[in-house]
Write a protein that binds this ligand. Structure first.
Ligand SMILES: Cc1cc2nc3c(=O)[nH]c(=O)nc-3n(C[C@H](O)[C@H](O)[C@H](O)COP(=O)(O)OP(=O)(O)OC[C@H]3O[C@@H](n4cnc5c(N)ncnc54)[C@H](O)[C@@H]3O)c2cc1C
Ligand SMILES: NC(=O)c1ccc[n+]([C@@H]2O[C@H](COP(=O)([O-])OP(=O)(O)OC[C@H]3O[C@@H](n4cnc5c(N)ncnc54)[C@H](O)[C@@H]3O)[C@@H](O)[C@H]2O)c1
Length: 463
């Protein structure tokens, strides 16, 4: 095996690929990718899912328009056309990104599965072992599979999917069973239910989106039970495949039951790829759940080795992986002026139906901490635009420190929640008080953002 030394090696081309910039022109860099250039978000995550969510939102809006006096003919969903539109656009990007990297004189692209064989020493999986002064581990994660015989591996040919394959199905199945009720399940349940697939959506615990603020998860769960086939407290204990149909055996407090469908979507969480890269052989310390331990500067315990994104972060979110990549991009070339990743107010959104967005602490976390807080829940339907929409579900919940008025958490469920929440993310991040944000600016009337204004005004003024 040949051995070559680099200034910098990057493992993974998701957010890892965005590290390389003009500051690094003088470095001899290797980047290693085992799969498709661009990583999860671009190829099998954020971007394609939202490209399916958008048409689902369009169909959903037409359906919900009945209460506004508009009826449409039933939507005809042309799955191959939707799928080919999505991937016809996405599939052009990875080869272009790879070609660009290969065109840079100081970058060598290895197409192989990287494994540490020593400290800062990596087998590229291409017949070459390389060493480096600095290594960035950005190898992400993968779907967790259940330990149920038949379902331990994705097998699209038999209708067992994860997010990696479900968006490329040849045709829309008549029936689908979704296992899990987190982010991925919520978004795909919205897409497939809206596209007319008969859903059985099985969740082993008593609530969907468990980590959200409890008001949000309760309203979301109630809607999903009523409209999207969600079944709670239902644990899958066995699976059989016969004549193109899966029969899943389940246990619940009501007893044993089976569910049948041609397609099963597994969405029970994601695990870090530290085993694939043999992080242990590189001397890299890990949490019990397999994530790499990093400090606020994204340093691991091994000098010169950094990690970012899903393989190390507390958050499996693209904007977090990107921020951590920016931290490392700076720190690689500024050893005496390190910057820390800002994880104070990490927001997220779940692009299902109803849409959800959140930042900061949940009310249950504040209760557990014994915090002295103010809370206001403002309904969409009680501000002008929400009233015009005849919205019956949406709300904005704001939590603020009683003494200072600082925003501690904000949780929105409803139309465009992911956009409506942004002023609250800004206020929390810049330390503005609820009163300042509500009173210190105009709020366009009668825009939906008034739901945020009224939530803030509804908090008692700070003592
Ligand atoms: C269905 C879905 C929807 C999502 N939607 C959103 C969303 O709307 N918003 C949001 O913020 N986040 C979303 N996420 C999460 C987001 O995609 C991830 O947090 C983000 O992509 C993580 O980036 P990363 O760079 O850490 O890892 P990745 O993008 O996964 O990149 C890791 C790369 O490393 C490569 N690799 C792994 N092992 C090796 C090895 N041994 N050798 C060489 N290469 C290797 C992989 O092939 C991959 O290309 C979604 C995730 C999924 C699954
Ligand atoms: N819009 C977004 O930002 C977005 C969208 C999709 C995914 N993501 C990221 O990807 C991550 C992974 O998503 P996910 O939905 O797979 O995970 P998740 O952690 O959000 O949800 C996992 C679900 O599976 C259930 N579960 C866990 N183990 C199980 C088991 N053994 N059997 C049955 N059910 C089980 C849990 O109760 C939970 O409902 C998310 O945490 C999120 O960070 C983000």
């Amino acid at each position: 095996m040949q051995t070559r030394h680099f200034d910098l090696v990057i493992i993974g081309t998701g957010s890892g690929n965005s590290i390389i910039g003009p500051d690094h022109d003088d470095l001899d860099i290797a980047i290693i990718e085992k799969g498709v250039f661009g990583g999860t978000c671009l190829n099998v995550g954020c971007i394609p899912t939202k490209m399916f969510v958008y048409p689902a939102d369009v169909v959903g809006a037409a359906t919900h328009a009945q209460r506004l006096g508009i009826t449409h003919a039933e939507a005809e969903v042309d799955w191959p056309a939707i799928r080919d539109r999505v991937f016809g656009r996405i599939d052009q990007i990875p080869p272009a990104g790879e070609r660009y990297r290969q065109s840079l004189p100081n970058v060598t692209v290895y197409k192989g599965e990287a494994k540490f064989v020593g400290e800062r020493t990596i087998d590229t999986g291409t017949g070459e072992v390389i060493t480096a002064d600095q290594v960035v581990v950005a190898a992400g994660g993968r779907p967790i599979m259940p330990s149920i015989p038949g379902l331990e591996h994705a097998d699209p040919s038999r209708g067992v999917h994860t997010n990696d394959t479900v968006m490329r199905m040849d045709e829309l199945p008549k029936r689908m069973i979704i296992i899990g009720a987190g982010f991925i399940a919520a978004e795909f349940a919205h897409v497939f239910a809206t596209f007319g697939v008969e859903l059985e959506w099985l969740q082993r615990s008593d609530i969907a989106l468990r980590d959200e603020d409890e008001t949000v998860s309760e309203v979301f769960t109630e809607y999903a039970v009523k409209n999207n086939g969600l079944r709670l407290n239902t644990t899958v204990v066995g699976a059989e495949y016969s004549n193109g149909v899966w029969t899943l055996a389940t246990e619940s407090p009501e007893g044993s039951r089976t569910y049948q469908a041609e397609t099963v979507l597994i969405a029970i969480g994601r695990e870090p790829n530290t085993d694939l890269i043999d992080a242990r052989a590189g001397g890299i310390a890990m949490h019990p759940d397999g994530r790499i331990i990093v400090d606020e500067y994204q340093r691991t315990n091994v000098p010169g080795v950094w990690a970012l994104g899903d393989i190390s972060s507390d958050w499996q979110l693209k904007h977090v992986a990107n921020l951590e990549a920016r931290t490392i991009a700076h720190n690689l070339t500024h050893p005496d002026d390190l910057i820390a990743s800002d994880h104070r107010f990490v927001p997220h959104a779940v692009f299902g139906y109803p849409q959800i967005a959140s930042v900061g602490k949940t009310e249950q976390q504040l209760v557990a901490e014994g915090a002295d807080y103010l809370v206001k829940i403002q309904k969409y339907g009680d501000v002008a635009y929400g009233w015009a929409m005849e919205d019956q579900l949406g709300f904005c919940k704001v939590l603020a420190d009683r003494a200072t008025g600082h925003i501690l958490g904000a949780h929105i469920l409803g139309y465009q929640a992911s956009t409506v929440i942004q002023p609250l993310i800004q206020a929390a991040s810049f330390g503005q008080t609820a009163h300042e944000v509500a009173r210190g600016q105009y709020w366009i009337h009668p825009a939906l953002a008034e739901v945020v204004e009224n939530a803030l005004l509804g908090l008692e003024p700070p003592a």
